[in-house]
Design a protein around this ligand. Sequence first.
Ligand SMILES: Nc1ncnc2c1ncn2[C@@H]1O[C@H](COP(=O)(O)OP(=O)(O)OP(=O)(O)O)[C@@H](O)[C@H]1O
Ligand SMILES: [Mg+2]
Length: 209
Amino acid sequence: MKEFIGRSLEYQRLVSFLKGSVASFIIIKGRRRVGKSTLVERFAKEFPKHYVFTGLAPEKGITSKEQRKEFCRQFAKQFSVPEPNYNDWGDIFWALAERVNKGRILLFLDEISWMAGEDRTFLPKLKDAWDRFYKKNPKLILIVCASASSWIDKNILSSTAFVGRISYTMNLKPLPLDVCSEFWGKANISAYEKLKVMVVTGGCALQSA
Ligand SMILES: Nc1ncnc2c1ncn2[C@@H]1O[C@H](COP(=O)(O)OP(=O)(O)OP(=O)(O)O)[C@@H](O)[C@H]1O
Ligand SMILES: [Mg+2]
């Protein structure tokens, strides 16, 4: 991984959930390229086991079926099993439950708004799996992430189905200017030049540079 900069408060907040005696369900939202996936990737180092599932970008023609198939493909790769052929998110979440029911585990569903796609059963089935299985592993941390904040607000945070289930919601903001400056390391670049780059990138795209 490239050098990880800043985010100490956000990181400490996530680390605080490691001390908990119950499973945690954490939401991270924030604009595109702000550093959501990178923060979780970094946090994953705290776990002996972590599993990451990422939704497919919603290009024209990507269907719910393809989202499920892609999830099954990532499932097979991460658990070293033949690729399952589930047509129902309930089956997928149940299969996952068998593998995350014990021990310190991070389960990360990245780009959850894409993953859910047009399938209206996705969130109810995730909620059901949380209630039945995932929350019963006190050392499990489930993180879901999306840049579509309004989707998270509408479908999870304002949903009666998820009331009382979300442990913490992090709204990740761009890095502050003094922290952004660390991207240049020891290079001899004037503060004015750095500021010009940050004005253009908003401190976000900069992170990919
Ligand atoms: N704290 C950080 N330190 C160093 N590089 C970072 C940091 N945060 C993000 N980056 C870099 O910035 C780029 C964007 O980060 P990332 O992919 O995590 O953003 P994101 O919020 O998940 O974006 P998207 O919504 O598009 O998935 C990546 O190249 C990543 O390596
Ligand atoms: Mg991301």
